[in-house]
Design a protein around this ligand. Structure first.
Ligand code: XUL
Ligand code: CO
Length: 436
């Protein structure tokens, strides 16, 4: 094991009374809930781009992060030095998975050939570390947004040559993800959107995006990659309007272009709130469509209107996430992937541990609370009862398609107004608070 964190031991579960900041208070990986260990429910994943590459820079200032293992290194040497440190973090946290972009693990080369060679070099190191630590790849992805060639987007670029470059990059990223035994592959729009409609042919761009994804589906088959494809909704940033704006927009796009069988959604909290939704809403939209795949676990700051990618610590949020996830049968190929970064002011290496421990504990609590709410049964019973007029008689006939407008009119003429009941929002909020 590398010595990047000689003073940080493997993080242990010490229970809710522990005052040790480097211990889990709630995440007991081997404890069992609803017949499954917490480890298998939550499938925690650490991201390479924030945890390893994040420097704490923002638009007003350069990086603040103190990362002793990076001293004096750059380019491929820096990329090599980061690999064992990253796996040390995952292993000490007991996180079973990780996720990366091609260009976080290896640098941009002078051309595609060199970039691919460097990626191959790093892939070997990643593979060796996976073997050594047992940490597995949740999903891979390609970074199609940082380089100037993607100024107009990649799959939705006005320039077919940029589209081609993006495709070549995804081809390689798929190969590498396959090589590393990745359980999935994520498409996030990057710059797939527009900044002004004056210069944009939206219909053409959407068709190109669909073409791009169909090519990826074909290539996946060609190389025998069995992992799950995900699309990650985000409404804005960096473009004014991203095409994969929210769960509903993604589902509509997938249906329109015959891609529903091939992609599920990877939902991210901060993206949901930027879209004017709660994460709970997005999870329910995806779940109802049978397309809930994975989550990028983070949170925004509601006082700030951008993607702050903070670690999730709000127990209401994690409870809502876990209620929806349990309701739709749990995460299968997906995981709770911390697409989150420490604050610019939290520049010491140990902050990376505090951040992940907090997120893991918050999700463990959310899971326990969600399971307790389900075991109690009052919430489910309330919702079931609320819809009881659909379980028999008229409601059942409507659901079964047995009646039309004429019969419904006859029903109203005979029975008059419905006798509605309260939605009991406050009662239910109090009920949830019994468990938090
Ligand atoms: C950007 C974002 C990405 C994706 C992967 O907001 O969430 O990091 O998760 O490209
Ligand atoms: Co994300």
């Amino acid at each position: 094991m590398s010595a990047a964190f000689p003073n940080i031991p493997k993080i242990q579960y010490e229970g809710p009374r522990s005052k040790n900041p480097l211990a889990f208070k709630h995440y007991d990986a081997s404890a069992v809930i609803e017949g499954k260990t917490l480890r298998d429910h939550l499938r925690f994943s650490v991201v390479y781009w924030h945890t390893m590459c994040g420097q704490g820079a923002d638009m007003f200032g350069w990086g603040t992060a103190v990362r002793p293992w990076e001293a004096g290194l750059s380019g491929l040497d820096l990329a090599k030095a980061r690999v064992p440190v990253f796996f040390e973090i995952c292993e000490k946290l007991g996180a079973p998975y990780y996720a990366f972009h091609d260009r976080d693990v290896a640098p941009h080369g002078k051309d595609l050939k060199q970039s691919n060679q460097w990626l191959d070099t790093i892939t070997k190191l990643l593979k060796a570390q996976q073997k050594k630590t047992g940490v597995k790849l949740l999903w891979g992805t390609a970074q199609l947004f940082a380089h100037p060639r993607y100024a107009h987007g990649a799959a939705t670029s006005c320039d077919a040559n940029a589209f081609a470059f993006g495709a070549a990059q995804v081809k390689k990223a798929l190969e590498v993800t396959h090589e590393l035994g990745g359980e999935g592959y994520t498409f996030w729009g990057g710059r797939e959107g527009y900044s002004t409609l004056w210069n944009t042919n939206m219909k053409r761009e959407l068709e190109h995006l669909a073409k791009f994804l169909h090519m990826a589906v074909a290539y996946k088959k060609e190389i025998g990659f069995k992992g799950q494809f995900y699309i990650e909704p985000k409404p804005k940033e960096p473009t004014k309007h991203q095409y994969d704006a929210d769960a509903a927009a993604c589902l509509n796009f997938l249906r329109e272009y015959d891609l529903m069988d091939h992609l599920k959604l990877n939902l991210e909290t901060n993206h949901a709130t930027l879209a004017g939704h709660s994460m709970h809403h997005e999870l329910e939209v995806a779940g109802a469509a049978g397309a809930l795949g994975s989550i990028d676990a983070n949170t925004g700051d509601l006082m700030l209107g951008w993607d702050t990618d903070q670690f999730p610590t709000d127990i209401y949020l994690t409870t809502q996430c876990m209620l929806s996830i349990l309701k739709y049968g749990g995460l299968k190929t997906g995981g709770v992937n911390f697409d989150a970064k420490v604050r610019r002011e939290s520049f010491e290496p140990v902050d990376l541990f505090h951040a992940h421990i907090g997120g893991m504990d918050a999700f463990a609590r959310g899971l326990k609370i969600a399971a307790a709410i389900r075991a109690d049964g009052r919430l489910d019973a309330f919702v079931k009862n609320r819809y009881r007029t659909w379980d028999s008689g008229l409601g059942k006939d409507i659901e079964k398609g047995k009646v039309g407008f004429a019969q419904l009119e006859a029903h109203v003429l005979e029975h008059g107004d419905p006798k509605l009941e309260s939605g009991r929002q406050e009662f239910l909020e109090n009920l949830i608070n019994e468990f938090i």
